[in-house]
Design a protein around this ligand. Structure first.
Ligand code: ANZ
Ligand code: ZN
Length: 859
């Protein structure tokens, strides 16, 4: 009996696959299956999280192939982005060199995992052949009115004189200069995703193979909200506000537009609040330094909704009063407030403190009236202290709305303002158009030329791709494209005058919004080969991290719709099935001085359940910390290479899938992978000691045959349902069963082992090939058909019946399926556990539900 040697077997099988070009996509006209894992950013190394993600995809790809599908399973690189520029700035390496050498490195590491990837389709988004095609469709969308320019706010570092990405702003300051970051307006490019807002919501209903939570997150992000727009007339304003000629818009005098989802609470309104950068706030700030200071202070806190939500509610009274739409005698003050977003609705609200928490915090701070107008159905009234009442109920204190429920009152209030010409029903969305301009070098150049006389001009098709220049420097802050001596200076394609290129590059989310379509024919002349896209799309199974649940998936769904409307492909939804996998986590270890210690430098002990850790290199006792996502900063990273080196690829693959359900986190432990490695050995031993000539016994043969069909069924269902951990548990059990059935003969054993080799193939493909060959099969297990189970044989022939005594589950009994109640009764009454339970009692009644349960009444 020989030991299984992964170190020789694994390279041998990988060479065999390579020799046969086994993973080059075949299009033989069978049903297609497109498996895709979110392509990685080439940060330098493949980590455990990547490995788990790709191994899951590989299990799907290999099992679908065995089930008779033409499988597309490609891989590439999401290669543009900031880290490459940071490396350039910190270490003087060119982003291109850094990126491609990382790719080379990671490709080698990925190949070690034995994944059934079609490497012939590989590309990186920073390849000019790829981003040139992106420029081509970008222009197509431009012609279709889906691309436009407008002023938008950026983070501006006043010391480095540069635009900062959000992640370069740390506590409100520039990451390099430490200067307080300002908001600046720049003319930038946008994609009109809001045109598709409704369609993107509607489409979610069709995605029945997506996790519910991801669909919900998308829906919330799009944030469809039904309510009303109201116009509030100004009755009093500071004398300094400029008068403007009749008929011209005047932000200072025109009615203030407010968006609300709660018109039913209008009688509880006690103030209006405007965003700090609302035009009226700004007009007043020109004359009032306190308002100007307030605007400045607001500009320095974060602009994300979460940050605004957290911040203390602050405001200034603007000295303006407006008239209540339902009560001409009632006027309200107008404030500017930091919690009103300028980018949502109309950037102005009416505050109803009794029924909105933010409004209440604000009203309490500035002593504004709090008038409740909704009370719970069964209550006389409602007392408002520090908590707003936001629940349902009846309207009171509200004139013609009194007695209505919230929904009826909303409708009545809207009807009234509509007749009075003071408002209208309105549906708005939280989703904004997608700002795609980045003032960065390492991205896809926007294929536009600015001409002093023609304005915005498209780069002609025969001049694509607009390629990034290589000769750039990163010694000074700012966009190297903008300061490059020659790159941006071009002739206007339309009039021939001196013109300049757009120096902004595209958000990297654009790159990843269509790569799955390009994979269907990565060398096509057109951005997307329609026939290839129609053959392979939608992606049948997409797998990736839940951190992409909103932006990446939403952008991809949008671009797919836009390209579909442009006739470049036919599907609207790019990903028919989505699976979001958990992370790989690991314990953390810390020294007394707070420094993190790598697992390889730690010795663990377990004294009767008391665990301790010691640093190997220093002997120091360590604190065992939380179990956290593997990350470099906490040094709790285990590199896949270490595992493959010590235990082999198959054991590593098995482990990342075996210890918890795929959607949950898996904790890396050395013991886990050792267990997987022993399973590999045990499995091999079965094949290695297989004796075809052994006669065996009839009962043993029948037993093993039944177990084989049960295992086929259980593993198949586990694989199909993405329960890889339970599929693996069944494989462990099946291996034990084969070993225990020593009396089974050569034929039965052969059937069992043949099934086993095919069932383990998606998980431990190298071992499976070795085993297949050892069984004397020609060809590769990779191409062998997935085993099918015989339903009659796979059916469980025994059932476990719970036994309840006086309503409580006290015992259970295993009986042949279909056993008659009278026979079961006799067995139950003779059962030792049952007898012990009935000590001193007499049985009054016994009811047996066939194949289900036994109920005993005793007293
Ligand atoms: C009056 C009111 C009374 C409101 C009440 C709520 C409760 P959703 O559901 O998310 O769409 N709002 C409107 N524009 C805003 C802005 N630019 N910044 C901050 N808040 C804004 O939220 C709509 C509600 O959020 C609106 O309804 C408005 O406050 C506020 F008892 O109007 B409400
Ligand atoms: Zn021109």
């Amino acid at each position: 009996m020989a030991r299984y040697e992964p170190k020789t077997a694994e390279p041998r099988q990988q060479a065999r696959w390579a020799e046969a070009s086994a993973f080059v996509t075949k299009d033989t006209g069978r049903p297609k299956y497109y498996v895709l894992e979110m392509f990685p950013y080439p940060s330098g190394n493949i980590h455990m999280g990547h490995a788990r993600n790709y191994v899951m995809g590989d299990v799907v790809a290999r099992s679908k192939r065995a089930q008779g599908y033409d499988v597309l399973h490609p891989m590439g690189w999401d290669a543009f982005g900031m880290p490459a520029e940071n490396a350039a700035m910190e270490r003087g390496i060119h982003p291109k060199g850094w990126t491609y050498s990382n790719i080379a490195n990671m490709r080698e590491q990925l190949k070690l995992l034995g994944l059934s990837l079609d490497w012939s389709r590989e590309f990186a988004t920073c390849d000019p052949e790829y981003y040139g095609k992106q420029q081509a469709w970008f222009l197509e969308l431009y012609r279709r009115g889906l691309v436009y320019r407008k002023d938008a706010v950026v983070n501006w570092d006043p010391v480095d004189n540069t635009v900062l990405a959000n992640e370069q702003v740390i506590d409100g300051r520039g990451w390099r200069s430490g200067a307080l970051v300002e908001k600046r307006k720049l003319n930038q490019w946008f994609l009109r995703i809001t045109d598709y807002a409704d369609d993107l919501i509607d489409g979610l209903k069709t995605l029945d193979r997506w996790p519910e939570k991801v669909r919900l997150m998308q829906e919330n992000w799009i944030g469809k909200s039904k309510g009303a727009t109201l116009w509030w007339d100004i009755v009093e304003a500071p004398a300094f506000l400029p008068a403007s000629p009749e008929g011209e818009p005047n932000h200072a005098r025109d009615p203030i537009e407010v968006y609300t989802t709660r018109p039913d609470t209008l009688f509880g309104a006690s103030f209006l609040a405007l965003a700090p950068d609302h035009p009226l706030t700004k007009a007043i700030a020109e004359h009032r330094p306190d308002v100007a200071d307030f605007i400045k202070a607001c500009a320095q806190t974060g602009t994300s909704e979460a940050e605004i939500e957290k911040a203390e509610k602050l405001g200034v009274d603007l000295g303006v009063r407006v008239r209540h739409p339902f009560d001409p005698d009632k006027t309200l003050p107008v404030w500017a407030a930091n919690f009103v977003l300028s980018t949502y609705g109309s950037g102005a609200i009416f505050g109803c403190p009794a029924h909105d928490q933010r409004d209440l915090d604000f009203a309490r701070k500035y002593d504004l009236p709090v008038t409740p107008v909704v009370k719970p159905d069964d209550a006389e009234t409602v007392e408002i202290g520090t908590e707003a009442y936001v629940g349902p109920g009846r309207i009171f204190n509200s004139d013609f709305l009194n007695g209505m429920d919230v929904e009826a009152a909303k409708a009545a209030a809207i009807a009234k303002v509509e007749t009075a010409g003071q408002g209208r029903a309105e549906t708005i969305y939280r989703l904004r158009d997608w700002g795609v301009s980045r003032q960065r070098y390492w991205g896809c150049p926007i294929p536009i030329i600015h001409c002093p006389s023609c304005g915005v001009v498209e780069v002609p098709a025969d001049q694509l791709p607009v390629v990034l220049p290589d000769d750039v420097t990163f010694d000074v802050p700012g966009n190297p494209l903008a300061r490059h001596a020659t790159w941006k200076h071009v002739m206007c394609p339309s009039c021939g005058a001196d013109a300049t290129r757009e120096t902004d590059t595209l958000d990297t989310f654009v790159d990843s919004s269509w790569y799955f379509a390009r994979f269907t024919d990565p060398t096509a002349e057109a951005p997307i080969d329609k026939a290839a896209a129609d053959r392979w799309l939608a992606v049948d199974q997409y797998i990736g991290g839940v951190e992409h649940a909103v932006l990446h998936l939403l952008y991809a769904r949008f671009i797919t719709r836009a390209l579909s409307d442009a006739g470049m492909l036919s599907v609207k939804e790019p990903f028919a099935g989505l699976f979001t996998q958990g992370m790989v986590v690991h314990e953390t270890y810390r020294r007394a001085d707070g420094a993190w210690v790598e697992p390889t430098d730690v010795e663990l002990k377990n004294d009767n359940g008391v665990r301790s850790a010691r640093q190997l290199s220093t002997g120091e006792i360590l604190v065992i910390g939380d179990i956290e996502k593997m990350s470099k900063s906490k040094k709790n990273v285990v590199a896949p290479a270490e595992i493959l080196e010590s235990h082999g690829v198959d054991a590593g693959r098995l482990f990342v899938l075996s210890d918890s359900p795929p959607e949950r986190d898996v904790q890396w432990t050395p013991g886990g992978v050792e267990g997987a490695s022993r399973f590999v050995q045990r499995t091999w031993t079965l094949f290695d000691t297989y004796d075809a000539g052994f006669a065996g016994g009839d009962k043993a043969n029948a037993d093993l045959l039944r177990e084989t069909h049960k295992a086929i069924k259980a593993v198949s269902e586990g694989v199909e349902g993405f329960r890889f951990n339970s599929a693996i548990a069944k494989l462990y059990a099946f291996v034990a069963t084969i070993r225990d059935n020593a009396q089974a003969g050569g034929d039965a054993k052969r059937q069992a082992l043949s099934a086993l080799a095919r069932l383990i193939a998606p998980f431990t493909p190298h071992l499976a090939e070795e085993a297949w060959t050892r069984l004397g099969e020609d060809g590769m297990v990779l191409d062998a058909p997935w085993p099918v189970w015989d339903a009659a044989l796979a059916a469980d022939d025994e059932v476990v019946l719970p036994i309840q005594i006086n309503g409580k589950r006290r015992a259970e009994i295993r009986v042949p399926r279909g056993m008659e109640p009278s026979e079961v009764e006799a067995l139950v009454l003779a059962d030792e556990t049952v007898k012990a339970r009935l000590e001193g009692l007499s049985v009054k009644k016994i009811v047996v539900v066939k194949d289900r349960i036994v109920n005993l009444v005793a007293g």
